[in-house]
Design a protein around this ligand. Structure first.
Ligand SMILES: Nc1ncnc2c1ncn2[C@@H]1O[C@H](COP(=O)(O)OP(=O)(O)OP(=O)(O)O)[C@@H](O)[C@H]1O
Ligand SMILES: [Mg+2]
Length: 433
C-alpha cells in the first residue's frame, strides 16, 4: 500500500462527522467537506438517527407486524422514501422485540414466482443464522419454492414466538403477472392459516390496484400504506438531523430555499443540502447561506443523473426561436397540484404568466401540454381524465424539482416571482435558523 493511500485511509477513518470546534487547517476543512458529502449521501437511509419524520407510517407498519397475519403494501411515488422507511421502521423497537427477524429482498424484472420466493426464504434463513437465531426460523433452503402452498408450509416452520418479516422491495419491477398473482395467494394463505410471518410489499404505484393482482381477495389481510411526499416540517428535520452531526449551521433563508425547492422529495433536500454545505465549507464559513444554495443549484444540475438531463433536453428542445417549451414546463413544475401531484391547465396560467411577464390564457400553452404527453417529448407529463377535465402530472415526480432548479439556474424566472411562486405552494413552512 502506498503512503498516500495509507494517509488517505487514515484520514477517512478518523473523519466521521467532524468533531466540535472550528476547523483550523486546510486539512480540517477538507475533512469537513468529505464528512458533509458523506452525510448527505442521497442513498436510502439506513441509520435510525438520520431518519426524519414518518412517525405515523412507522407506527402503522409496526401495528401490522404485531397483529398476527396482517401484511403490508407500502406504495407511493418514486423517491418519496419507501426503501428508507422499510429499512428503518423495525429498528426503532428492535431491542424490545428481540424475536424480530427481517429479510429484505428486491424483486427484479427477470424474477418469476420461484426465483423471488427462493430469494426471500434464503434471505430469512441467512438473517436468522447471522443473528444466531436459527432456532426461530428453521427453514429448508434446499426446497424450491414452486407454488404458494410450499412457501406457506415453509414459513409455518417459524416458531410461534418468532417475529419474521419479509420485505420485498421494488415489487413494481416484478413484470411476471403470474408471479404477482401467486404472491397474492401466498399472502392469502398465510392469512387463512394465521401464520405469524409478515410480508411487506414495497413499490412505486399510484394505487394498489396497479401493484397487486386480485387485491380484493386479500383486502382483509393487508394494511395499505401510501407514503406521501414529505411535509415541510419533515424536510426541515432531514436537514437538522444531518447538520446536528456537524459544526455547520444554516440560515433561515437558505433552509427555506432548500425545502421549497425539494417539493416534498427528500432526495433533493439531501442533494441541495450537501452541495450547499460543501460550498459554505469551501468559502471557509460554518454557516450555510442563501448564496451557497444558489451555487449548489449549479453543481446539482451539472452532477445530476444523465437520465434527468436527457429527459429535460428531449422535452424542451426545438429548432424554433421563441418556442417557450422551457417556460411552459417550468410553469407546470410550479403549478399548484392536488395531493396526487396532478394539476389542471388552469393551474398553469398563473405561473406561466409570471414567468413570461404577461397575462396568458390556456390557448398560449395548450399545444405545449399536448406535446409534453407525446413520445416525441419523452412523455414528460402524463394526462388523465376526459376532455375539458384534463389533469396532468410529471410522469417521473423527480423531474418536477429538477425542472424548477434548472429553470432558476437558466434564469427563466425573475427572483421576485420565483419567491412568490415557491412560497404559495408551501405556505406553512417553519423558518428555522
Ligand atoms: N425519512 C427520511 N429521512 C431522511 N432522508 C430520507 C428519508 N426518506 C428518504 N430519504 C432520502 O430520500 C431519498 C430517497 O429515498 P428512498 O430511496 O428511500 O426512496 P424510494 O421511495 O425507495 O425511492 P424509489 O422509488 O426510487 O425506490 C434518499 O436520498 C434518502 O436518503
Ligand atoms: Mg426504493
Amino acid at each position: 500500500m502506498t503512503d498516500s493511500l495509507k494517509a488517505f485511509i487514515s484520514l477517512r477513518m478518523a473523519s466521521r462527522f467532524s468533531g466540535p470546534g472550528k476547523p483550523r487547517t486546510a486539512d480540517d476543512w477538507l475533512h469537513l467537506e468529505w464528512d458533509l458529502a458523506n452525510l448527505f449521501s442521497g442513498a436510502p437511509v439506513n441509520e435510525e438517527d438520520l431518519f426524519a419524520g414518518r412517525s405515523t407510517e412507522v407506527k402503522r407498519i409496526l401495528e401490522a407486524v404485531v397483529e398476527r397475519s396482517r401484511h403490508v403494501i407500502l406504495y407511493g411515488e418514486r423517491g418519496v422514501g419507501k426503501t428508507s422507511l422499510s429499512n428503518i421502521f423495525w429498528r426503532r423497537y428492535n431491542t424490545m422485540l428481540k424475536s424480530m427477524l427481517v429479510a429484505r429482498v428486491q424483486a427484479d424484472p427477470s424474477d418469476n414466482f420461484t426465483s423471488l420466493w427462493n430469494k426471500a426464504i434464503d434471505e430469512l434463513a441467512s438473517t436468522a443464522r447471522q443473528s444466531d437465531r436459527y432456532d426461530l426460523t428453521p427453514l429448508d433452503t434446499n426446497t424450491s419454492m414452486d407454488n404458494p402452498d410450499i412457501v406457506r408450509r415453509e414459513l409455518q416452520k417459524c416458531r410461534a414466538d418468532a417475529t419474521p418479516i419479509i420485505i420485498i422491495d421494488e415489487y413494481d419491477k416484478l413484470s411476471d403477472g403470474n408471479a404477482r398473482l401467486l404472491t397474492a395467494n401466498v399472502i392469502k394463505y398465510l392469512y387463512d392459516y394465521s401464520a405469524n410471518v409478515t410480508i411487506i410489499l414495497v413499490g412505486v404505484a399510484e394505487d394498489i390496484v396497479s401493484l397487486i393482482e386480485d387485491h380484493q381477495s386479500i383486502d382483509r389481510a393487508i394494511s395499505q400504506i401510501k407514503l406521501n411526499r414529505m411535509s415541510d416540517f419533515e424536510l426541515n428535520e432531514v436537514i437538522d438531523k444531518r447538520l446536528s452531526k456537524t459544526v455547520m449551521k444554516i440560515s433561515g433563508d437558505a433552509r427555506w430555499t432548500i425545502v421549497t425547492l425539494s417539493r416534498g422529495l427528500p432526495y433533493f433536500t439531501q442533494m441541495l443540502g450537501k452541495y450547499s454545505a460543501v460550498q459554505a465549507a469551501k468559502r471557509r464559513s460554518l454557516k450555510i447561506d442563501v448564496e451557497d444554495v444558489e451555487a449548489a443549484m449549479d453543481t446539482f444540475i451539472v452532477d445530476s443523473e444523465e437520465k434527468m438531463q436527457e429527459a429535460y433536453r428531449k422535452a424542451t428542445e426545438s429548432n424554433q426561436k421563441d418556442n417557450f417549451f422551457k417556460q411552459v414546463l417550468l410553469a407546470c413544475a410550479l403549478a399548484k397540484t392536488d395531493q396526487f401531484g396532478f394539476f389542471t391547465p388552469t393551474d398553469v396560467i398563473q405561473p406561466y404568466s409570471a414567468i413570461v411577464g404577461k397575462k396568458k390564457t390556456h390557448a398560449h400553452f395548450q399545444r405545449h401540454l399536448t406535446e409534453f404527453i407525446s413520445e416525441t417529448r419523452g412523455k414528460i407529463l402524463i394526462r388523465r381524465g376526459g376532455e375539458r377535465q384534463y389533469r396532468f402530472r410529471f410522469s417521473d415526480p423527480m423531474m418536477q424539482p429538477f425542472v424548477i432548479i434548472r429553470g432558476i439556474q437558466e434564469r427563466l424566472i425573475d427572483p421576485q416571482s420565483r419567491k412568490r411562486l415557491l412560497e404559495q405552494e408551501q405556505p406553512g413552512l417553519p423558518i428555522g435558523s
